[in-house]
Design a protein around this ligand. Structure first.
Ligand code: PLP
Length: 341
């Protein structure tokens, strides 16, 4: 496949409207047949449910080229399952999982020239989104929806090397107990924008959110789950009903146990324990793992022993193993790599 004339290495993480996207509409109680279009615009009622009451959810996954030249996606079945959970919680009609998988294949195939070549560090980021297009004025679920999946090439996450992040313990909450923290809803992000802008203005890269009920346990950041490495090499991740179940984090826990032979724990992580950790990372599709170097907790500074120069040794091993699996250099567990044919 001939690739587009793009300087892959200099791409950032931004929206570049390219190629074709997949669209399906929900009307009269059923999803239409999906189709590909070059039209980047959506025309909806001024009274659409998505505009009035934020009835929308999304996903994020990547397509890339493996070392042996195959075009693949990573565990798209988990994105299909997660957007189903998100839709159910928001009273959006579920977009069938097998149709979602088909849509991923169609979008990647149709945009193959924008799947960056192996070794460029860049990837094709795929953004599925479900939203209410039908009008509502009284508060209720809309009658009409659109499922759309577009793709945009994004650059290498660690351009110019890995820089550990400086984060702060945040005084705002991300997710209420029994709320919507566990689903990928746009509303969770809308209300995090104030806190992230405030963090940036004060010189921090990210917010560490605590559990809203007790403000004693670590939850996650605005868009990534935490992984902690203890001084005796255990890999620990917070367990909470208000965390978004990151596919990257779930995969890294398997890698830690099955590939690296490390002990893994999913449990509550008190903020008071964080200063005891040897390494800390943030995980999500975009970065896989970003190391955290410093945490500010109201004037108290926690310096993570792995420092500000790069990833700690265990984080690095986790990163190298998972990216090796994704790139086809290390054998993947069954079903993790989905080839686009
Ligand atoms: C998407 C997301 C993540 C990361 O999930 P991945 O599936 O690994 O990309 C973590 N936290 C939040 C709040 C998210 O929305």
């Amino acid at each position: 496949m001939k690739k587009a004339d793009i300087d892959w290495g200099s791409l950032g993480f931004g929206y570049m409207p390219v190629g074709k996207r997949y669209v399906a509409d929900y009307k009269d109680g059923a999803w239409s047949e999906g189709y590909l279009t070059e039209d980047t615009n959506v025309v909806i009622s001024e009274c659409a449910g998505v505009l009035q009451y934020a009835q929308t959810c999304f996903e994020g996954l990547k397509a890339y080229t493996t070392s042996d030249g195959r075009t693949v996606t990573f565990r798209p079945d988990l994105n299909a399952a997660r957007i189903k959970d998100s839709a159910e919680r928001l009273r959006i009609p579920v977009f069938p999982e097998e149709k979602f998988m088909e849509a991923v294949d169609m979008v990647v195939k149709a945009n193959e020239e924008f799947v960056p070549p192996f070794g460029s560090g860049a990837t094709l980021y795929i953004r599925p989104v479900l939203f209410a297009t039908g009008p509502v004025i009284g508060v209720k679920p809309a009658q009409e929806y659109q499922f759309r999946m577009f793709a945009t090439p994004v650059g290498p996450y660690f351009k110019g090397g890995v820089k550990p992040l400086t984060i702060r313990v945040c005084d705002y909450d991300r997710a209420a107990p029994h709320g919507t923290g566990h689903i990928k809803a746009g509303l969770n992000y809308a209300m995090s924008l104030y806190a992230i802008d405030d963090a940036h203005e004060k010189g921090f890269d990210e917010n560490m959110y605590l559990d809203a009920a007790t403000r004693t346990n670590v939850e996650e950041t605005g868009g990534a789950n935490f992984l902690f490495i203890t001084k005796d090499n255990k890999v620990v991740t917070p367990k909470s009903g208000t965390i978004l179940p990151s596919i990257t984090r779930r995969s890294l826990m398997v890698v830690a146990k099955e590939y690296l032979g490390l002990e893994v724990e999913e449990r509550e992580v008190p903020l008071s324990e964080v200063s005891e950790m040897a390494e800390i990372g943030l995980c999500g599709t975009a970065a896989v793992i970003s190391p955290v170097g410093r945490i500010f907790d109201h004037g108290k500074e926690i310096c993570v022993p792995s420092g500000m120069d790069g990833m700690g040794p265990v984080t690095k091993k986790l990163y190298d193993t998972l990216t090796g699996i994704q790139m086809g250099v290390i054998e993947a567990p069954a079903g993790w790599i989905h080839e686009i044919k």
